[in-house]
Ligand binder design. Structure first.
Ligand code: GDP
Length: 480
């Protein structure tokens, strides 16, 4: 059957395919039926995407979804009060009357918040900071539903504030700002709000879409408001999972315990994990011998969003590994082994920079006219510079480049040397890192090499602009 014939058939049905010939599934089915072709209902792109994003919900779950608690990460600059906030919430909101009321450090804890007339649960990840967040995301894990960005009211936006915001934004995670230390002399929350709005976070109070709550983590002032805001944002998100199925989710912490062997904390993201279940988890597997909740209490099961410590794995998995319940130990062993093989290959592939973008790959794609197919119509940029003033200079010079084929997107622009979390951000978002008068520590350089992330360093703005311009025009020499 020729293309023309099919086009003719489509026209006869009143269907006018658009320029790129994107057909809906129904139309494809109709055409296949007309020409007696077997329909295989798998969309390769979607399958690949699912594998990549570690999609948590299956099609079968869609009509069995129930609301689940939000999972939160607290991020922000050092000393702005992340740990104080986590500690205050843990101390004040975890009911001390419950059996073993003190939380155990399993990597996350649950909090009850009165909302909508009843106590509702939210879950805090215990490792604050965008480094952990970025590292998990670079491994493909998506655990956090909402990010709380803490900014000290007496110190304002600092480099790690900017980085934390960049990580949350690139992940598409909604942001709530906690303006902290309002009890301090010299606290100027309005100034913080102004500065945040100038970098694109407009406070709700001023008609924008970012909730900002002024708190004192030290005194606990307005922390209730913050938690209520969390529940409001969560409600809008309609976070859902299907509790009535085999569990899957993500490892958030793991280690070797002298007496108990490999111990891992899972966040269940779909289904319910039960004692006795057989799990594969990265390259590890095993039968769940015991489950402990965040209060160190033995439990029989854990549902969606609930963190739980698992005993019974044969090996220590990695934070960010996906886990899944399977039918038998044989299946589990087989999957863990093939996963180990896959990872070995992946490491080889990563070495070759598979899927990552470099300026020269961009240039060759442009000159071959393939940018759209390669999903390269946008160049994601992480920009690290020596001085605040250089940011605007570089940015403005780049932004006047004609962006007809390729548009430039700044994921992060900040001062300071290139860091490991910059590389994680680049991996997770397929970005190129540009450094202007900054350094790359050796360990960061080798991390970037391993992952195929391109880092380009410049001392002269003109050179940087020129390279980007040439790449966008497809003219950059391919051998660099
Ligand atoms: P982190 O590095 O972001 O985890 O910051 P910390 O929670 O360790 O806090 C850094 C310092 O700021 C500590 O000395 C805290 O006691 C102090 N701090 C945190 N929150 C507040 C607050 O709301 N008010 C005041 N006055 N100090 C605070």
């Amino acid at each position: 059957t020729s293309e023309g014939e099919i086009l003719g058939y489509l026209y006869s049905k009143g269907i006018k395919p658009d320029g790129v010939l994107k057909l809906s599934k129904d139309v494809v089915k109709m055409v296949c039926e007309e020409y007696d072709v077997e329909v295989i209902d798998a969309d390769p792109i979607r399958v690949e995407e699912m594998a990549k994003k570690k999609e948590i919900l299956d099609d079968d779950d869609l009509d069995k979804l129930e609301l689940r608690p939000p999972v939160l990460t607290i991020m922000g600059h050092v000393d702005h009060g992340k740990t104080s906030l986590l500690d205050y919430i843990r101390r004040s909101k975890v009911a001390a009357s419950e059996a073993g009321g003190i939380t155990q450090g399993i990597g996350a804890y649950r909090v009850q918040v009165p909302f909508d007339g009843k106590p509702q649960t939210c879950v805090f990840l215990d490792t604050p900071g965008h480094e952990a967040f970025g590292a998990m995301r670079a491994r493909g894990a998506r655990v956090t539903d909402i990010a709380i960005i803490v900014v000290a009211a007496d110190d304002g936006i600092q480099p790690q504030t900017t980085e934390a915001i960049a990580h949350a934004k690139a992940a598409g995670v909604p942001i709530i700002v906690a303006i902290n230390k309002i009890d301090k002399d010299g606290a100027n929350p309005d100034r913080v709000m102004q500065d945040l709005s100038s970098i694109g976070l407009m406070p709700e109070e001023w008609g924008g879409d970012i909730p900002m709550v002024k708190i004192s983590a030290l005194k606990g002032e307005n922390v209730d408001d913050l938690l209520e805001t969390v529940m409001l944002v969560s409600e809008l998100q309609e976070l859902k999972a299907n509790p009535n199925r085999n569990a899957k989710g993500t490892v958030i912490e793991a280690g070797l315990d002298k007496s108990r062997g490999p111990v891992a904390t899972f966040i269940v993201q779909n289904g319910t994990l039960k004692r006795g279940d057989i799990v594969v988890c990265g390259e590890a597997f095993g039968k769940v011998r015991a489950l402990f909740d965040d209060k160190g209490k033995r439990v029989d099961e854990a549902g969606p969003s609930i963190p739980v410590q698992v005993i019974g794995l044969n090996n220590v998995p990695l934070a960010g590994d996906e886990f899944e319940v399977v039918g038998s130990l044989d299946i589990a062993r087989e999957q863990a082994e093939s996963r180990a093989d896959y990872m070995r290959n992946e490491r080889i592939m990563e070495k070759a920079g598979d899927g990552m973008i470099t300026l020269s790959s961009l240039a060759s794609a442009v000159s071959a006219g393939k940018t759209v197919g390669l999903d390269l119509h946008q160049l994601n940029i992480i920009l690290k510079v020596d001085l605040q003033g250089s940011i605007e200079a570089v940015r403005q010079a780049l932004q006047v480049l004609p962006q007809t084929n390729i548009s430039l997107k700044f994921l992060l622009q900040a001062t300071g040397d290139i860091s490991s979390s910059d590389v994680d951000l680049a991996v997770a978002s397929k970005a190129i890192i540009f450094g202007f008068n900054v350094k790359v520590p050796g360990s960061v350089k080798s991390q970037a090499d391993n992952k195929g992330v391109e880092i380009r360093l410049y001392r002269v703005i003109y050179d940087l602009i020129d390279d980007v311009r040439k790449a966008m025009e497809g003219l950059l020499d391919t051998v660099e």
